[in-house]
Ligand binder design. Structure first.
Ligand code: ALA
Length: 493
C-alpha cells in the first residue's frame, strides 16, 4: 500500500452518517458552533499578548497587525469552510488531508494538530492560572507561589532551569475539571461555553465602550512609530512581527470544524460557525487594541495584563471595570481551554477510526456519546504539560503548528478543486485560486517569521510523528488493510 493512498470523498460522506456504530451525538446548531468558535478564539492572545506586541513591535499600529493576521486567518477560514461543508467529519484538517494528499500527509497534519489543540489547552491553562492567582490574591486569599507556578522556566532559547516551584496546580485542576465535563457531554459543555462566552464578550464590549471615553488621541501619534533600525522593532517590519505574535489570538476558529459530527446541519452551519466567529472576533480585537493604545502610551503596555493597565489609567471611575475585566479574562481563558480540549479528542477519534491510532482513542461512550477515553487521555497529558512548563515555551509551538495546518488546508482546497471539480461543495471558497494561494503565502510568511528554535522543535516533533506512523499507523491503517486484502484477492483470481 502506498503512503499516498487517499480516502474517497464518497467513503468519507458515508462515514459521516456513522451507520451501525455508537456515534457522536448531533446536538449543535449554528449559534452553538459560532459560540464554540468565539469560545476558542478570545483568550490569552488579546488579554495577555497584545500589550507586549504593541510595546515591543508595533505601537498603536498593533491595530494593523490584528488586521493583517486576521486577513491571513480569513483566507484560511474560507478554505476551512469549503472543506468542512464538503467533508463534515470530526477529524478536521486531518480528514481533509486524507482526501486530498494521502495517508502520510494526513497523519502529519493529525500529528501536527496535537501541537495546536493539546498544547494550546495547556498554554492557555497556564495563562488562566496567572489571572486566577492574581484574582485570588486581590480577594485576600493568596495561593502559595510553589503551587501556582511552573517548576521549570526557559533560560536563553532552550535551556530548562528549575524555578523552585513544585507545580502549577490551578492550571492542572482547570484542565481536569473541564475534561470531566467534556466526558459527560457535548451539549452540557456547549452550554457552559455559551455562558462563559456571553460573560467574556459582554466584558469586552464594556471595555471597548467605556474605554473609548478615556482615549487620548495623542497616544495614537505617530500611529506607526519609526523603526529603530532593528528589523521587527516598529515601522512596517514591526507591524508584521506584531502580527506573528498576536496570530495566537485568532487560533481556535478552526476548532469549530472538529465538532462536525456533533452538528445538526454541518454542511450549512460549519461555514457559518467558522466565519462568523472569526469575523466577530476580528472586529472586537481591532476595537479593543485601538482602545488600549489610545488610553495609555503603548510603551506602558509591556505587561502580562495590558487590559488592566489601560483601564487603570482612567483612575477610580473605571476601577470596577478593572476587576470585571479580570473576571472576563478568567472566564475567557477557561472557555479557550474547554474548546481546545474538546477539539483534540475528536481528531484522535477520527485517526483511531482509520486505524492510525490504537482503537482506544476511537471508543465512544454508550451513554454519553462522547469519545470519552480519548478525552481522558488528552486531559491527563494536557494537565501534565500545563502543570510543568512555562507559557513562553508553549505559545510559539502552538502558533507554528497551527500555521502549518492552515497552509496545508489552503493548499488542499486548491488541489481538490483541480482534481475533483465535480464534488458538491455546499460552501465554495470565493476567488479561487487567489484566496487559497494568499492563505498559503500569508500563513507561510508568518511561520517563516517565527524563531529558528521553534522551527527546530517543530521538526523534532514531526520526526517523532513520522516514526510512529511507520512503526504503528502504516501497519494498522484500515485503508491499507483493505487495499492489501483487495490485492490478495486479485492475485488469487
Ligand atoms: N486564540 C486563543 C487565545 O487567544 C488560543 O487564547
Amino acid at each position: 500500500m502506498s503512503v499516498w493512498s487517499k480516502k474517497t470523498i464518497a467513503s468519507l460522506q458515508v462515514e459521516a452518517l456513522g451507520e451501525g456504530q455508537v456515534t457522536l451525538k448531533r446536538t449543535l446548531g449554528a449559534t452553538n458552533l459560532t459560540m464554540l468558535g468565539i469560545g476558542a478564539i478570545i483568550g490569552a492572545g488579546i488579554f495577555v499578548l497584545t500589550g507586549t506586541a504593541a510595546a515591543q513591535h508595533a505601537g498603536p499600529a498593533i491595530v494593523l497587525s490584528f488586521l493583517l493576521a486576521g486577513t491571513g486567518c480569513l483566507f484560511a477560514g474560507l478554505c476551512y469552510a469549503e472543506f468542512a461543508s464538503m467533508i463534515p467529519i470530526a477529524g478536521s484538517a486531518y480528514t481533509y488531508g486524507y482526501a486530498t494528499m494521502g495517508e502520510l500527509v494526513a497523519w502529519i497534519i493529525g500529528w501536527d494538530l496535537i501541537l495546536e489543540y493539546l498544547f494550546a489547552s495547556s498554554t492557555v491553562a497556564v495563562g488562566w492560572s496567572g489571572y486566577f492567582t492574581r484574582l485570588m490574591a486581590d480577594l485576600g486569599m493568596p495561593l502559595p507561589p510553589a503551587l501556582s507556578n511552573a517548576p521549570f522556566t526557559v533560560e536563553g532559547t532552550h535551556t530548562l532551569v528549575p524555578t523552585g516551584a513544585i507545580i502549577n496546580l490551578p492550571a492542572v485542576l482547570l484542565v481536569l475539571v473541564l475534561t470531566a465535563l467534556l466526558v459527560v457531554g457535548i451539549r452540557e459543555s456547549a452550554r457552559l461555553n455559551n455562558l462563559i462566552v456571553f460573560i467574556k464578550v459582554a466584558i469586552v464590549f464594556l471595555v471597548i465602550g467605556f474605554g473609548f471615553m478615556f482615549v487620548n488621541t495623542a497616544n495614537w501619534h505617530p500611529f506607526i512609530p519609526e523603526n529603530t533600525g532593528i528589523k521587527g522593532e516598529f515601522g512596517w517590519s514591526g507591524v508584521v512581527a506584531g502580527a506573528g505574535v498576536i496570530f495566537f489570538a485568532y487560533i481556535g476558529f478552526d476548532a469549530v470544524s472538529t465538532a462536525a459530527q456533533e452538528a445538526k446541519n454541518p454542511q450549512r452551519d460549519l461555514p457559518i460557525g467558522i466565519l462568523a466567529s472569526l469575523g466577530i472576533c476580528t472586529l472586537l480585537y481591532v476595537l479593543m487594541s485601538l482602545v488600549m493604545t489610545g488610553m495609555v502610551p503603548f510603551t506602558e503596555l509591556n505587561v502580562a495584563e495590558p487590559v488592566y493597565v489601560a483601564l487603570n489609567s482612567a483612575g477610580p471611575t473605571l476601577a470596577w471595570l478593572k476587576y470585571a475585566a479580570t473576571i472576563g479574562a478568567v472566564a475567557g481563558l477557561a472557555s479557550v481551554v474547554l474548546v481546545m480540549l474538546m477539539a483534540q479528542p475528536r481528531i484522535f477519534y477520527a485517526m483511531a477510526r482509520d486505524g492510525l491510532l490504537p482503537p482506544i482513542f476511537g471508543k465512544v461512550h454508550a451513554r454519553f456519546q462522547t469519545p470519552w477515553l480519548a478525552t481522558i487521555i488528552t486531559g491527563i497529558v494536557a494537565a501534565a504539560v500545563a502543570g510543568l512548563f512555562p507559557i513562553g515555551l508553549l505559545g510559539q509551538l502552538v502558533s507554528i503548528g497551527t500555521l502549518f495546518a492552515f497552509v496545508i488546508v489552503c493548499g488542499g482546497v486548491l488541489v481538490l478543486r483541480y482534481q475533483r471539480p465535480d464534488i458538491p461543495r455546499p460552501f465554495r471558497t470565493p476567488l479561487v485560486p487567489f484566496v487559497p494561494i494568499m492563505g498559503v503565502l500569508v500563513c507561510g510568511y508568518l511561520m517563516w517569521a517565527l524563531p529558528r528554535d521553534t522551527w527546530l522543535r517543530l521538526i523534532i516533533w514531526m520526526a517523532l510523528g513520522i516514526s510512529i506512523y511507520f512503526l504503528y499507523g502504516r501497519r494498522h491503517s484500515r485503508l491499507g488493510i483493505a487495499e492489501r486484502e483487495a490485492a490478495a484477492k486479485a492475485a488469487l483470481r
